[in-house]
Design a protein around this ligand. Structure first.
Ligand code: DC
Length: 229
């Protein structure tokens, strides 16, 4: 039996890959894997259980034990809705720190691969095309300028802060945080953020979400035609 098709969308923080991957999955009626959410879930639980950010064995144990449920855009774990709790900057930074450990990455591998099922999967993250699904039908590497990414993330934080009545950090602060995370994600030795050699690259700084989604769908259709030849 041939494995269900996979489209991977990798890229740095705030490049828009989550939005694009979700929209492509909806269009094709494929499943969607937000692999960053898994690293965030490990980080969230490590914070809750006071597991140290440098305790590789303890973190790998947490990664093996998580049993998240994804449904209708909500994420729950241990009976609690953690959808918003894992999106804080604190959890994001810790997720990036614990993601350097090979043992943590290995512990999450099966969970990620188990999401591949018919009719297909769109997976976003940092190493989807390089390590987790090296045989993906289509690999996309999505980037955007540092300015465009900081602006997007800042606007998201303003929207969140307004609804939660919280102060918003300055755009300069957001830019520095994004830069720190990019550096760590790209410099680590275990599955660093990088484009697969056979990935299609898109710079989304000047493109709308609709334009990027249309491009990915076009490339996917072409890859299918190619495979059918
Ligand atoms: O995509 P995100 O910002 O939600 O991911 C949070 C962190 O998790 C990111 O800074 C690095 C790590 N991560 C990873 O190492 N590999 C992935 N495939 C996805 C995320």
């Amino acid at each position: 039996m041939t494995a269900a098709p996979v489209i991977t969308v990798d890229g740095p923080t705030a490049s828009g890959k989550g939005t694009i991957a979700q929209r492509v999955a909806d269009s094709l009626r494929f499943h969607y894997l937000d692999s960053g959410a898994l690293y965030r879930l490990v980080a969230w639980r490590a914070l809750r259980d006071a597991v140290g950010a440098d305790d590789a064995d303890g973190l790998a144990h947490v990664a093996t034990a998580i049993k998240p449920r994804f449904s209708d855009g909500l994420i729950s774990m241990d009976g609690a809705d953690v959808t918003d709790a894992i999106r804080t900057e604190e959890v994001g930074q810790l997720a990036s720190k614990i993601a350097v450990f090979e043992s943590v990455r290995r512990a999450l591998l099966e969970l990620q691969r188990s999401r591949r099922s018919p009719p297909g999967l769109v997976a976003d993250g940092r190493d989807m095309g390089t390590v987790v699904f090296p045989d993906a039908q289509l690999k996309v590497f999505l980037t955007a300028s540092a300015f465009a990414r900081a602006e997007r993330r800042h606007n998201q934080l303003i929207a969140k802060g307004l609804s939660a009545n919280m102060p918003t950090p300055s755009q300069e602060h957001v830019r520095r945080e994004i830069h720190a995370r990019d550096e760590r994600d790209a410099q680590r030795t275990a599955s660093p953020l990088k484009a697969a050699e056979d990935a299609f690259r898109i710079d989304s700084s000047e493109l709308s979400v609709d334009e990027v989604v249309a491009l990915v769908l076009k490339w996917y259709a072409q890859s299918q035609e190619h495979a059918a030849r």
